[in-house]
Design a protein. Structure first.
Length: 85
């Protein structure tokens, strides 16, 4: 009996791949401020909600300004007075 099991042909393997589906979501009902623009996104879902006209705007970064001031303090530009900073 054991010899019969060892010598019999193996059945063809059927392999299928399936990925779990993410649950569908409804657009959230949010209270947005009267002005400005914003968006809400989640990993795996993409953008869930938008507010405002979604136009690119120039923004200033205080971190960039502070970094520039620290670098200039350590490595001043020739002829630049520290009083100007």
């Amino acid at each position: 009996m054991v010899l019969l099991q060892l010598l019999r042909p193996l059945p063809n393997a059927n392999i299928t791949f399936s990925f779990p589906r993410l649950p569908q979501s409804n657009a959230p009902q949010l209270t947005w401020p009267a002005g400005g623009q914003a968006s809400l996104a989640a990993d795996g879902y993409g953008i869930l909600a938008l507010h405002g006209n979604q136009q690119p705007l120039a923004t200033a970064s205080i971190a960039k300004v502070i970094t520039a001031l620290c670098v200039l303090e350590k490595h001043p530009i020739n002829g630049m007075s520290r009083d100007l900073l």
